[in-house]
Design a protein around this ligand. Structure first.
Ligand code: C2E
Ligand code: CA
Ligand code: CA
Ligand code: CA
Length: 282
């Protein structure tokens, strides 16, 4: 190359440039996708074990693009977080959740609580909870049917702020859960500061359980975390449960709810209602 700059620098800046262009494309496409209703709400059941019954659900976004097909959140959420669009998407998912709950309440189907994910940017948006309350009231959904999931990493960034937010979530009647529990560096510190209703044990614990080498240790850790939560009066959800062995362990130790492919992947909200809530489906 002609410049005196080492080539690697030029290479990086070109990469940066392309990345920015790509993000701009994603941003433009997202605006259109929201207007054209290409974002869809999928629900994954949370199951109680004895007896086995659907006792909750988590709302997870799917981007169904007419050209590119289904996009998984991991493929586009990081870009949405960087450009701030995630705030609109989170609110859209919350509103979709309220709409479905209203539909099921009107049908007399007795829906369980549904949780939605909040991103860091949403959490930081002033008046975000007032906005959510407005939506909840507009759809006349009892607030205790709505749960907000905050990730451990997100809340550890500013524990004072997060603690106030959790108080506010409760004052509006919503539930609050701590997502990806055990994946960060300060799980116990977070737990001592935030009065969450539920912790969701990170999928990695359950992956670990199946490993030859780390299996027994992972099981001891899960058992201890479940015991600690019980003593603190905090509900527990196990994420990413994929097999009978893990399920049996969670019955024995007991964990309140389990969520994972073993029971069901996330499915379109309409299908969730039909299969798990309607009198014909149950
Ligand atoms: P998450 O909140 O930890 O959600 C759980 C993820 O684990 C989901 O991935 C779910 O499909 C997946 N999962 C559930 N059971 C199993 C299992 O048994 N095995 C495996 N391998 N995976 C399982 P998904 O839907 O791809 O979402 C990925 C992440 O994207 C979510 O992780 C969440 O952080 C984010 N996300 C999804 N929807 C939204 C949203 O509406 N707003 C925001 N801010 N983030 C979202
Ligand atoms: Ca979650
Ligand atoms: Ca999680
Ligand atoms: Ca995650």
């Amino acid at each position: 190359c002609a410049s005196d700059q080492p080539c690697v620098c030029r290479f990086y800046s070109l990469e940066d440039h392309r990345r920015l262009q790509m993000e701009q494309t994603i941003y433009n496409r997202m605006k259109r996708a929201l207007a054209d209703r290409h974002f869809h709400i999928y629900l994954q059941p949370k199951v109680s074990l004895c007896p086995q019954a659907v006792a909750g659900a988590e709302a997870l976004v799917r981007w169904l693009d007419p050209e590119d097909g289904a996009l998984r959140p991991d493929a586009f959420i990081p870009a949405l977080e960087r450009n701030g669009f995630i705030v609109q998407l989170d609110q859209y998912m919350f509103e979709q959740t309220c709409q479905w709950l209203r539909r099921w309440l009107d049908a007399g189907w007795n829906p369980p609580p549904v949780s939605v994910n909040l991103s860091q940017a949403t959490l930081r948006r002033p008046q975000v909870l007032q906005r959510y309350q407005k939506i909840q009231r507009r759809w006349r959904v009892p607030p205790q049917l709505l749960e907000l999931e905050l990730t451990e990493t997100m809340v550890s960034a500013d524990l004072d702020y997060s603690a106030r937010l959790v108080e506010e979530i409760h004052s509006l009647g919503f539930r609050c859960s701590l997502d990806d529990f055990g994946s960060g560096y300060s799980s116990l510190n977070v737990l001592s500061r935030l009065r969450v209703d539920t912790i969701k044990l990170d999928k990695r614990f359950f992956d670990g359980m199946l490993s030859q080498q780390d299996g027994p240790r992972s099981e001891q850790i899960v058992a201890a975390v479940l015991g600690l939560a019980r003593q603190l009066g905090i509900k527990t959800v196990a994420e990413g449960v994929t097999c009978e062995h893990q399920t049996q362990f969670l019955i024995n130790h007991p964990c309140d709810l389990v969520q994972g492919y073993y029971f069901s992947p996330p499915i379109p909200a309409e299908e969730f209602g039909r299969r798990f809530l309607s009198p014909q489906g149950r």
